[in-house]
Design a protein around this ligand. Structure first.
Ligand code: NAD
Length: 280
C-alpha cells in the first residue's frame, strides 16, 4: 500500500494508531486540526486540516489508498457545534475519497448510533439506527453515507462502532471495553481485508460481558484478545451499584443515553487521558 491518511491523529485513539499505521504503508499522512503533533514516526508526515473544510480535505486525500477517519468533536453538544466537524466533515471525507479514487474509508463510528437500545437486547450489526444524541446521529449519518457511496459509487467503507476505548473505571466498561491492542487489530483488519463492501462491526474486546453481537462481521477476521473481566471485581466494588431504572445504566449508550439532548456527557465519565507519547 502506498499511502494511508489518518484524521484525528492528535487525539487519544489516533495516538495509538499512528505507529502501526505507519508500518502498513509506504507513507502515513497524519492529520488533525492542531498546528502540529510533535515528533513523527519513520514514514509519517503531518498535515494540518480541518475536516469541515473541503479545501483542506481534497488535497489531503490526493494519492491515498485508504483514509482512516477518526477526526471529530467527541462529545454530545448543540447540533450547530457538531454540524461542521461531524456531519459536514464526514461528507467531505467520503466525497474527497471518491473524487481522489480511494479504495476505502475506515471510519470510527460509535455505539451511540444505536445507544438507545436496552442492553438486554444482544444487538447485531444489522439493527436499525437508534441514536442517543446528536453525536450519535452524526455517526448514523456517516454510516448512511458509507452505504450510499458503496451502492452508488463503489467506494468501500468499514464502520467500527466503538463501544468504549478507555481504561476500565466503571461497571459499564466491563462489557463495553475495547483495549488499545484490540483497536489496533480492528483497524488493521479493516484495512487489510481484501474486500469489505459496506461493513459495520462493533469495536469491543473479547469481554465475558460483551453486550453486542459481531457474528455478521466475521468476514473481517477481527478476533479480539483482551477481556475486561480482569477488572470486574475491583470496578464493581469501587462504584455505586447499577440502577435498573436509570436509562444510562440499562441502555447501550450509557451516560449518553441519559444526558439531555445537546448537553455534554464526557465531563462526567472520568476518562483517563493516557494519550500515547511517541516511542512509549
Ligand atoms: N474513545 C472512544 O471510546 C470512542 C468511542 C466511539 C467512537 N469514538 C470515535 O473515535 C474517534 C477518536 O476519538 P478519541 O477518543 O481519540 O477522541 P479525541 O477527542 O481524543 O480525538 C479526536 C481528534 O479529532 C480532532 N478534531 C476535532 N475537530 C476536528 C476538525 N474539525 N478537523 C480535524 N480534526 C478535528 C481533535 O483535535 C482530536 O485530536 C472519534 O471519531 C470518536 O467519535 C471514540
Amino acid at each position: 500500500m502506498k499511502r494511508i491518511v489518518l484524521t484525528g491523529a492528535a487525539g487519544r485513539l489516533g495516538s495509538y494508531l499512528r505507529e502501526p499505521l505507519s508500518q502498513l504503508a509506504a507513507e502515513l499522512i497524519s492529520s488533525d486540526i492542531v498546528d502540529d503533533i510533535g515528533s513523527l514516526y519513520p514514514n509519517e508526515r503531518y498535515q494540518k486540516a480541518d475536516v469541515a473544510e473541503m479545501d483542506d480535505i481534497m488535497p489531503l486525500l490526493k494519492d491515498a489508498d485508504i483514509v482512516v477517519h477518526f477526526g471529530a468533536y467527541v462529545d454530545e453538544g448543540p447540533f450547530e457545534k457538531l454540524l461542521g466537524p461531524n456531519f459536514i466533515g464526514a461528507y467531505n471525507i467520503w466525497e474527497a475519497a471518491f473524487q481522489n479514487g480511494l479504495k476505502r474509508v475506515v471510519y470510527a463510528s460509535s455505539i451511540h448510533a444505536v445507544g438507545m437500545y436496552p442492553k438486554n437486547e444482544f444487538i447485531g450489526t444489522d439493527v436499525p439506527h437508534r441514536p442517543d444524541t446528536f453525536y450519535g446521529l452524526a455517526k448514523c449519518f456517516a454510516e448512511d453515507l458509507g452505504s450510499l457511496y458503496w451502492d452508488k459509487r463503489g467506494l468501500e467503507s468499514v464502520h467500527m462502532r466503538i463501544l468504549s476505548c478507555a481504561q476500565v473505571t466503571n461497571p459499564r466498561a466491563v462489557g463495553s471495553w475495547l483495549s488499545y491492542d484490540d483497536l489496533i487489530q480492528l483497524v488493521e483488519k479493516s484495512i487489510t481485508t481484501p474486500v469489505t463492501g459496506f461493513s459495520i462491526i462493533y469495536g469491543v474486546s473479547n469481554n465475558d460481558r460483551t453486550p453486542v453481537d459481531n457474528a455478521k462481521a466475521s468476514h473481517l477476521g477481527y478476533r479480539p484478545k483482551d477481556n475486561a473481566e480482569q477488572f470486574a471485581k475491583e470496578v464493581y466494588a469501587s462504584n455505586p451499584p447499577l440502577n435498573s431504572l436509570d436509562v444510562g445504566d440499562y441502555c447501550h449508550g450509557g451516560p449518553f443515553a441519559s444526558i439531555e439532548l445537546g448537553h455534554g456527557a464526557m465531563a462526567g465519565m472520568n476518562i483517563v487521558n493516557d494519550t500515547k507519547k511517541i516511542r512509549d
